[in-house]
Design a protein around this ligand. Structure first.
Ligand SMILES: C[S@@+](CC[C@H](N)C(=O)[O-])C[C@H]1O[C@@H](n2cnc3c(N)ncnc32)[C@H](O)[C@@H]1O
Length: 273
């Protein structure tokens, strides 16, 4: 019998060392946008679905632009706390790789993530937000963003239409992001990124109906979510992209893996081939 905290390898090693070496699971992903939330005492706050409110000033009291923006969002109770962290931490991980004059946030919902590029990324001159339905929270969030960063007022546009119809309005080379676009729509967003030959970054969420093209043994062995993202990564590399993986902190959401694709020199191929 093996003790439960030891992994049954040829040479038995403690479970924590096994996971560190093989699965790299014991290193928590740090907060980069708001480093004060690396304090474990605060991390339960990051996944709250309640709307951000005036108590936020206890935690975002600085003079810098990020804290001022969070306070402006909080004054309007503009969106759930969790979504503030999702947007900022996603942005912080991909901002340097998404540099391009035009960026599109597909299936953007409220659109905060895309607007962060307009505010903080000098190289991004225009941001197009695309969603088939513009939620009422968008105008509150836009108002908060313009209050602290007035230069974005004419640089952000919202297209209220399906992504399939928006693509013809996006210039070649547009960087594409898609945060929690849901299931196969993540793949559709990646297709659009490839079509535009731009940089792309997606953070998938649900994986319903995914994985039909993946061998059942792989799905059973490593799980549908990981298998699907591995499959997506191979497909992106076949399409001429160099793929990187990243993640936002687990304290915010379990749906946290980010696939980043940077176009290389190879001619594009169809993603689903
Ligand atoms: C789970 S929400 C994610 C919203 C946002 N990216 C976020 O992180 O908060 C998925 C969004 O995709 C939008 N959506 C679904 N199908 C779409 C389509 N075909 N074209 C454009 N938007 C779509 C929905 O309206 C919804 O706002």
């Amino acid at each position: 019998m093996h003790s439960p905290d030891r992994i049954p390898l040829l040479v038995s090693v403690p479970a924590d060392r096994y996971h560190r070496a093989v699965k790299n699971t014991d290193q928590p992903t740090p907060f980069l946008a708001f480093r004060r939330f690396n304090d474990p005492e605060l991390q339960h706050l990051c996944r709250l679905r309640a709307r951000i409110g005036t108590r936020a000033s206890d935690f975002f009291s600085g003079d810098g632009l990020p804290d001022r923006l969070v306070r402006a969002l909080a004054a309007r109770r503009a969106l759930p706390i969790k979504e503030v962290f999702e947007s900022f931490e996603f942005f912080e991980r991909v901002r340097r790789r998404m540099r391009a004059p035009h960026l599109a946030d597909l299936c953007c919902g409220h659109g905060l993530t895309g607007m962060l590029f307009a505010i903080f990324s000098r190289q991004v001159e225009h941001v197009t937000l695309v969603d088939r339905r513009r939620p009422s929270s968008h105008s509150l969030i836009f108002e908060a963003c313009v209050e602290v960063a007035p230069w974005i007022k004419d640089r952000v546009h919202y297209l209220e239409k399906p992504i399939s119809e928006a693509v013809s309005e996006l210039p070649q080379g547009t960087s594409v992001i898609a945060v929690h676009a849901c299931g196969k729509r993540t793949d559709a967003c990646m297709e659009i990124g490839i079509q535009l030959q731009g940089k792309l970054a997606v953070m998938p969420c649900c994986y319903f109906g995914m994985g039909q093209q993946i061998p059942q043994a792989v799905v059973e062995g490593i799980g549908r979510e990981l298998a699907t993202d591995v499959h997506r990564s191979y497909a992106l590399e076949r399409a001429g992209y160099k793929v990187h993986w990243s993640a936002i902190p687990a304290a915010i959401t379990p749906k946290r893996r980010i696939l980043i694709g940077l176009p290389g020199k190879k001619a594009p191929a169809i993603l689903t081939s």
